[in-house]
Design a protein around this ligand. Structure first.
Ligand code: TRP
Length: 460
């Protein structure tokens, strides 16, 4: 059998996987969820979730992908038969649904880039009101998210080496540099200290089960876990790759960007008197004010920031689209360009209700009510997949490794590219986590989330 065409270099895989991980989840999602869930305590729980659950699941996904050289459906089928293949299929479906709303938010970032750079957004009086109006503008958002989907499709058509790898290598480092510059600036503002206190000084009285399951969902989302995106990327890497260190670098890069995004956002939020509990609009409301304060270079710096945010989103949408595309190409023998066109169109269409749910259409804006109030359609999809879909996928994957594929086969696969793995502390840690801790913790969390958040039972 011909080898799948893969990543050219070790750095290429790491850049692409980190590119998949680093995205709107870090810069848009993480600050707003931290703001809504008590600040520093959320950060603390989030970090624990990354180390104890996220990292082991990431290693497991990459190993399954490299072992089977297949998309998630094909991978589960190869190692576990038809029934397990359903888990892979569920992952492919999650990818479709997540991309449908993710693309809408990527359109917001792209729209803000254009407005700040070319249309005087920074002369606005009230950034909260502006954002509220912006997301209701159906025509503009259809255009921005449409353009974004086309960009994603172009990269995915070009395939692994020329598209994904090349794109990720340039964009990621630039984003880091700009974040550092902006943080330095933000920390110099009045009121920054209060923001730092909120973000870094945990208030244990704010700890609740909601904090825990939101943090767990966010950890999965941010690391791109639970639906087989890293099974797919893992299927393109060589046996010489050291999965343990690659996954370590990817997790560390992702966690640092989320951490830095918080360090940037909260000083700005407090210095401008914005509520940290503002929700999904948080960074879109807090950041423009600070760019405005920079005077004549504001539009340039602000434009660059939202440009890089769009690029970070692009390296993530690429990975989300790549999953169903590789499924169609492998399983249905459809050519890559045709699969991309079909899926991009379909997913764009599936995203339209999310796009319309930000005020444009009342029935979608107040779609259903749970956990204390009406929720818009986009939030419903986000909650279902972020807090249930992905952790459930991770739970099933760890059970799959434990009872079906078996940890000694996992160790065998990891040993390629890491000859000292067997017998190491890391092997013991990962085996215990994957066999006992991940399945139990994730099953409990998913159950509690469904009962409490969606069905309204007061559990804890
Ligand atoms: N991790 C990305 C972010 O933080 C989003 C993402 C890309 C994703 N691929 C994924 C989430 C696969 C879950 C699964 O923005």
């Amino acid at each position: 059998m011909a080898m799948r065409s893969g990543f050219k270099s070790r750095f290429g895989f790491i850049a692409a996987a980190a590119g998949s991980a680093v995205g709107l989840g870090n810069i848009w999602g993480f600050p707003f969820m931290t703001g809504q869930n008590g600040g520093a305590i959320f950060l603390l729980i989030y970090l624990i979730c990354i180390v104890l659950i996220g990292y082991p699941i990431m290693v497991g996904e990459i190993a399954i992908g490299r072992k089977t050289q297949a998309n998630p459906y094909g991978a589960y089928k190869a190692l576990g038969g038809r029934l397990w293949a359903l888990v892979g299929f569920f992952g492919v479906l999650c990818g479709v649904m997540i991309l449908s709303f993710y693309n809408v938010i990527a359109g917001w970032a792209f729209g803000y880039f254009l407005e700040i750079s070319f249309f005087d957004l920074l002369k606005t009086e009230d950034y909260g009101a502006h954002f509220g109006g912006f997301v209701q503008n159906v025509g503009a958002n259809m255009l921005f998210s449409g353009l974004f989907m086309i960009l994603t499709a172009i990269v995915v058509v070009r395939g692994i080496q020329n598209g994904i790898e090349a794109a990720a290598k340039i964009m990621m480092p630039m984003l880091f540099v700009l974040l550092f510059i902006l943080i330095g600036y933000g920390l110099s503002l009045d009121g920054a200290g209060e923001g730092i206190n909120f973000y870094l000084n945990p208030d244990f009285s704010k700890l609740s089960i909601t904090t825990i399951y939101t943090a767990m969902g966010q950890a999965f989302f941010s690391l791109s876990l639970g639906m087989g995106a890293l099974i797919t990327y893992g299927s393109y890497i060589s046996k010489k790759e050291n999965i343990i260190s690659a996954a370590g670098i990817v997790s560390a890069a992702d966690t640092s960007v989320a951490f830095l995004a918080g360090l940037l956002t909260f000083p700005l939020v407090f210095s401008q008197g914005i509520m940290p509990t503002e929700g999904p609009g948080l960074v879109f409301i807090a950041l423009p004010g600070v760019f405005e304060g920079m005077g004549s270079i504001g539009p340039l710096i602000g434009g660059t920031f939202f440009f890089l945010l769009s690029l970070a989103a692009l390296t993530s949408t690429i990975s989300l689209l790549e999953v169903p595309v590789s499924f169609m190409v492998d399983e249905w023998k459809i050519s890559r360009p045709v699969a991309v066109i079909i899926l991009a169109t379909l997913i764009y269409a599936v995203g339209i209700p999310s796009l319309l749910s930000q005020g444009a259409v009342p029935g979608l804006t107040e779609f259903v009510s749970y956990s204390g109030g009406p929720k818009d359609f986009l939030t419903v999809i986000l909650n279902i997949f972020n807090e249930v879909g992905l952790p459930l996928g991770g739970c099933l994957m760890s059970i799959f490794i434990a009872i079906q594929w078996k940890t000694h086969n996992l160790s065998e696969e990891i040993s390629f590219g890491n000859p000292h793995y067997k017998g190491s502390f890391m092997e013991k840690f990962l085996n215990v986590m994957i066999t006992f801790v991940c399945p139990v913790v994730l099953a409990v969390i998913v159950t509690i989330t469904i009962l409490q958040k969606f069905l309204g039972f007061e559990i804890v």
